[in-house]
Design a protein around this ligand. Structure first.
Ligand code: 5AD
Ligand code: FES
Length: 347
């Protein structure tokens, strides 16, 4: 590796920014990977030590009103198996999760209008009343600022909404015309204004993605300054318009995780299930490249397979306790420690 790369890593670590040209060089070249990953690991250890935060993920509805071309639970996928969890089902997941040590519950679902604002508020409120020492994270897509405020007042304090791609032209290739990048970005800024810890992110290797698109993603994240950044590889789903497309690359995703860790030293960055799906050690590798969060599945096993965003998704048949144990082993084998702390962002 040239000194050029080393000094750029040093510069990025100090200034949290690089020129477009330098970012592009890192994205497109592998020579610097080892140095990049170890710099990212050093930075994460300086701030978060060897701690990996666990979040209990509850995928509570597989209905979605949207039709993103890449997503297995898109509205027009007639083969998708649909389910909805009741408030009591969700509370049971939390009960089990709490006893397993989880102190954050992530309620994730398709964009499902069946769950009115009142219902979401009442679910959030009940969880917070039963488990005041836990954080509730919502990941239920685009809603109005008023709705976001109601959820916040009910006790939700974190929100995950990936921007998916920050390039207008690319956005149009991934989404039907009724969806808009501007609205998605607006939602993210609304969430921040209300006070949420906000997570955004994108898929690496989504169809038609270029290096310039990735650069736009980086620049958009700088503007947003998120607390959490979710990076996964794109993985093809057989029942989508993109069934013939190829999967994203793990190494490129790792590279982006490392770059983002150096840019956002305090960010909470999950080692995502998509990375565990694309490679058996994908999540361990992500931890070593700067990730510091894992989100094991807490959904009832009987619905797991139905929340199929992409093919061959991992962790669909283990009970929550097994999933917890398996994840803990993975974290330890990568050289880190799973902790049950609430795990707020260390700003
Ligand atoms: N491959 C990988 N990730 C996907 N997502 C949706 N479809 C896919 C896919 N085919 C991601 C999106 C969404 C998150 C919940 O899952 O980025 O925001
Ligand atoms: Fe549900 Fe994209 S298909 S949000």
């Amino acid at each position: 590796m040239t000194n050029d790369f080393l000094s750029a890593i040093y510069y990025l670590e100090k200034n949290h920014d690089l020129s477009d040209e330098d970012f592009i060089r890192f994205i497109e070249h592998c020579e610097s990977d080892d140095a990049l990953f170890s710099a990212a690991d050093r930075v994460r250890r300086n701030i978060y030590g060897d701690e990996v935060y666990l979040r209990g993920l509850i995928e509570f509805t597989s209905y979605c009103k949207n039709n993103c071309y890449y997503c297995g639970i898109r509205r027009d996928n007639k083969n998708a198996q649909r389910y909805r969890l009741s408030c009591d089902d969700i509370l049971l997941c939390c009960k089990e999760g709490y006893s397993l040590g989880y102190r954050t519950f992530v309620l994730q679902g398709g964009e499902d209008v069946y769950y009115t604002d009142d219902m979401i508020c009442s679910i959030v409120y009940k969880i917070k009343s039963l488990y005041p020492d836990c954080a509730v994270t919502l990941s239920i897509g685009e809603r109005s600022k008023e709705s976001y405020r109601l959820f916040w007042n009910a006790g939700a304090s974190r929100y995950l909404l990936r921007h998916e791609t920050a390039d207008e032209e690319h956005y149009r290739k991934l989404h039907p015309k009724e969806m808009s990048l501007a609205n998605r970005q607006k939602c993210l800024f609304n969430l921040k204004e209300i006070g949420y810890q906000v997570g955004s992110g994108f898929m690496v290797g989504s169809p038609y993605q270029t290096t310039d698109n990735l650069l736009s993603d980086i620049r958009f994240l700088q503007e947003l300054d998120p607390d959490m950044i979710g990076i996964g590889t794109y993985i093809t789903h057989k029942d989508t318009p993109f069934s013939n497309m190829t999967n994203g690359s793990l190494i490129l995703a790792l590279r982006l995780i490392a770059l983002l860790r150096l840019m956002f030293p305090h960010a909470l960055i999950p080692a995502t299930t998509a990375l565990g799906t694309i490679h058996p050690q994908g999540r361990e590798k992500a931890l070593k490249a700067g990730a510091n969060v894992v989100m094991p599945n807490l959904s009832p096993v009987c619905v797991r397979e139905k929340y199929s965003l992409y093919d061959n998704k991992r962790c669909t048949d283990e009970e929550s306790a097994q999933c917890r144990e398996c994840i803990e082993k993975k974290i330890e084998s990568a050289g880190y420690r799973a902790v049950t702390a609430i795990g707020d962002v260390k700003r």
